[in-house]
Design a protein around this ligand. Structure first.
Ligand code: S3P
Length: 166
C-alpha cells in the first residue's frame, strides 16, 4: 500500500512520515527530495531559476514516477495536492492522510525551521501569518479530499495505527 501524507508547510509531514515508516518497517519517500535529486538542485533554486510552473510540472511527474516498494509512506510538498489532478490521482493510487493544523501552529514551525521555503522566503512574521491564512483557506478543499485527517498537534508514533487498522 502507498500512503500519501498531505498538508500545509510546517504541518510535520516529513517528520511523521519518517517516524511512522520506521516504526512499521515501511519505506519513506520525501517528494521534495526526489525532485531535488532528479533536478540536481534545491527546491529553492528550482523556484528561482526555473519558476513555479516548472516546479509544479516536475512535482506532478515525480509523484507519478516515485520509486515505491510494497509499503511506502510518501511525504508530499504542501502544494502537491492542489495542482493538476494530483489529489484525485493519489486517492486512486493509495491512501491519503491530511495533517491538519491551525495557522499559528504552522507559523511557529515554519519560523523555527532552518529549511528555506521559496514561497515564504522574504516575509516578516505578520506577512507570513497572513500568507498562511489565505493560502490555507484556498488549499483546504484539496486537503480535505484526503481519506483520513489527523490533527497535527499532539501526534505521536502510534497515531498512524488508526490508518493501518482501517
Ligand atoms: C510548497 C511546499 C514545500 C515545497 C515547495 C512548495 C508549497 O514543501 O514543495 O516549497 O507550495 O506549499 P513542504 O510542505 O514540505 O515545505
Amino acid at each position: 500500500m502507498h500512503y500519501y501524507l498531505v498538508g500545509f508547510m510546517g504541518s510535520g509531514k516529513s517528520y511523521w512520515a519518517n517516524v511512522w515508516a520506521a516504526k512499521n518497517g515501511f519505506d519513506f519517500v520525501d517528494l521534495d527530495k526526489v525532485i531535488e535529486e532528479k533536478e540536481s538542485m534545491s527546491v529553492l533554486d528550482l523556484f528561482e531559476q526555473k519558476g513555479e510552473e516548472y516546479f509544479r510540472v516536475t512535482e506532478a511527474a515525480a509523484l507519478r514516477d516515485a520509486e515505491k516498494s510494497e509499503n511506502t509512506i510518501i511525504s508530499c510538498g504542501g502544494g502537491t495536492p492542489c495542482f493538476y489532478d494530483n489529489m484525485d490521482w493519489m486517492n486512486l493510487h493509495g491512501v491519503t492522510i491530511y495533517l491538519s493544523a491551525p495557522p499559528q501552529f504552522l507559523l511557529s514551525n515554519i519560523m523555527s525551521d532552518t529549511v528555506k521555503r521559496p514561497l515564504v522566503k522574504n516575509v516578516n512574521e505578520n506577512e507570513l501569518l497572513y500568507f498562511i491564512q489565505q493560502t490555507l483557506a484556498n488549499r483546504k478543499e484539496f486537503y480535505e479530499k484526503a481519506k483520513f485527517t489527523l490533527v497535527a498537534e499532539g501526534l505521536n508514533e502510534d497515531s498512524f495505527d488508526m490508518v493501518l487498522k482501517d
